[in-house]
Write a protein that binds this ligand. Structure first.
Ligand SMILES: C[S@@+](CC[C@H](N)C(=O)[O-])C[C@H]1O[C@@H](n2cnc3c(N)ncnc32)[C@H](O)[C@@H]1O
Length: 288
């Protein structure tokens, strides 16, 4: 496969490089923001699962132009994030309890206006396990959000619309005034990926974030299971966002004449890719 082939197969990938974004995911946050105005009146932000940092780039650029005061942006990932202007990076696991303490320290006791998470685990191919780990990531992001957000704040997280997503919606609806399931144009229609946009955080009296639970994520769900009350499930409104005449994320395009042969370099190479050790061994001639 030629180096340009991904540029043709995925125009958002190509456009991200042309516009200086570290990943095509930038377009997802831009499209969510243009629909929901997420970044209006926002000064303190936490970007969870942020590497390589394209959402943090969007946050840094947008908040620098919108906010009168310098914004505080804290970006967290298991992988190191290469430095970005106006962004404090933290290499940490969002499922670990110490991560909350470390983020709180960086905010100097002030609550956040906006918490987002584009978290995705490395896929194992074992469907139930992958779904379970994704569920745990959302749960950790939500636990952090409920501990960090100010009243009225906003939480956005990547979800996969699997069989139990209605249980997640109903739990989110206990904590936020409006819960919407949003699908940006740049997210492939063929993928179950979507984003929950949770607006108007309502801290509940006596709320303990650790009491959050996602039910039935590992075992196959029997929809007739009497232990799951219908009231525990709810449907969130669905919004497709981004210009529908914009590029189709599933389509293959021809590049403009003259640019076919030019493959653009990534804006930021991975800082600690899983194949790093193998590459080092290959260069040293010790790979077996
Ligand atoms: C799709 S990428 C995020 C892309 C990012 N929003 C951007 O725009 O560049 C998913 C990220 O989730 C991170 N991740 C997965 N599990 C994590 C965990 N337990 N704690 C922190 N980050 C995690 C991965 O390291 C990966 O960088």
């Amino acid at each position: 496969m030629g180096k340009c082939s991904k540029d043709k197969r995925d125009l958002y990938y190509r456009k991200a490089k042309e516009q200086g974004w570290r990943a095509r995911s930038a377009f997802k946050l831009l499209q969510l923001d243009s629909e929901f105005h997420l970044l209006d009146d926002v000064e303190r932000v936490v970007d969870l699962c942020a590497a390589p940092g394209s959402w943090s780039q969007v946050l840094s650029r947008k908040l620098a132009s919108k906010s009168a005061n310098p914004a505080t942006i804290v970006s967290v990932d298991l992988q190191p994030i290469a430095p970005l202007p106006g962004v404090t990076t933290l290499q940490a696991d969002i499922t670990h309890p110490s991560t909350l303490t470390n983020i709180l320290k960086l905010f100097g006791g002030e609550p956040a206006d906006f918490v987002c998470s584009d978290g995705a685990p490395d896929v194992t191919g074992l469907h139930d396990l992958d779904e379970y780990i994704q569920g745990q990531l959302i749960l950790s992001a939500l636990t952090l959000a409920t501990s960090l957000l100010r009243e009225g704040g906003t939480f956005v997280a990547k979800i996969f619309r699997g069989r139990d997503v209605d249980l997640l919606y109903s739990q989110l609806a206990l904590l936020f005034d409006h819960v919407t399931c949003a699908k940006p144009r740049s997210s492939r229609a063929s993928s179950l990926e979507a984003f929950v946009v949770c607006q108007g955080y309502r801290p509940r009296p006596g709320w303990q974030p650790e009491s959050l639970q996602l039910k039935h994520t590992l075992v196959p769900l029997d929809l007739n299971d009497a232990s799951i009350d219908a009231a525990e499930r709810s449907v969130a409104p669905f919004v497709a966002c981004g210009d529908l005449s914009d590029y189709d994320a599933d389509a293959t395009y021809q590049l403009e004449k003259g640019v076919q042969a030019v493959s653009l370099e990534p804006v930021q190479k991975p800082t600690a890719p899983p194949y790093k050790t193998a590459l080092e061994k290959k260069r040293a001639g010790t790979l077996r």
